[in-house]
Ligand binder design. Structure first.
Ligand code: DX5
Ligand code: ZN
Length: 216
């Protein structure tokens, strides 16, 4: 099953409830990008916004941490209502295993993320432990960037490795530059959760955009 996770970073913050309802009615997950201005050169939003969305959300909250020291904040995001939390391997390195366990112990699904310039080999040792993998198909930090074509091979590599270790059900989420035009190819490479920011919220017809990606 293909799941569509609209990225709230591209939503209309003056009318957030309208976009929350769009996700509730038509999509599968709320993708929430948390940026600290240190790991990535941008600052997004924090707990008050996540908690406000949690009050109205009828779909699970998928929190993508782009912050240094993710271990300091995972508990608060779990309390704020996250059902999935992912953090960047680049921010955790050899602590990644411990942080994955910390997240799982909070009753939240744990995911490991890498930017396009991080070799996929870095996360292979953790594939036995993750609940999902998040592969960036743009450099984390901003919505509206162009999909990096080399991401396709990286998705295939991680998919093959998950299958090889007997974990074919572990989903691969892909984030950055995804829309109706490339969704089918991303799915064919082995992804099953598609993050989509601008291709949903800046679309003339967001519902149609979601439906067309889900059919991919
Ligand atoms: C980028 C974020 C993405 C972003 C995706 O750092 O992780 O989730 O919002 O936006 P689009 O779909 O516009 O590339
Ligand atoms: Zn994201």
């Amino acid at each position: 099953m293909i799941q569509i996770a609209p990225s709230i970073l591209s939503a209309d913050f003056l009318h957030l409830e309208k976009d929350v309802e769009l996700v509730n009615r038509h999509a599968d997950l709320f993708h929430l990008d948390i940026m600290d201005g240190t790991f990535v050169p941008n600052i997004s939003f924090g707990f008050p916004v996540v908690e406000a969305i949690a009050q109205k959300a009828r779909k699970p909250l998928d929190v993508h941490l782009m912050i240094v020291h993710p271990e300091k904040y995972v508990e608060r995001f779990a309390k704020a209502g996250a059902a999935l939390i992912s953090f960047h391997y680049e921010t955790a390195q050899e602590q990644s295993g411990a942080i994955l366990e910390q997240i799982r112990n909070l009753g939240v699904k744990a995911g490991l993320v890498i930017n396009p310039d991080c070799p996929v080999q870095a996360i292979i040792p953790y594939l036995k432990q993750v609940d999902f993998v998040l592969l960036m198909s743009v450099f984390a930090g901003f919505g509206g960037q162009k999909f990096i074509p080399e991401s396709m091979e990286r998705i295939r590599t991680v998919r093959a490795e998950l299958d090889r270790i007997g974990r074919p059900d572990v989903p691969i989420e892909v984030d950055g530059g995804i829309g109706p035009a490339n969704a089918a190819e991303v799915v064919a490479a082995g992804a099953s959760i598609l993050v989509a920011g601008s291709s949903v919220f800046k679309a003339a017809n967001p519902v149609e955009a979601i439906e067309s990606m889900r059919k991919a």
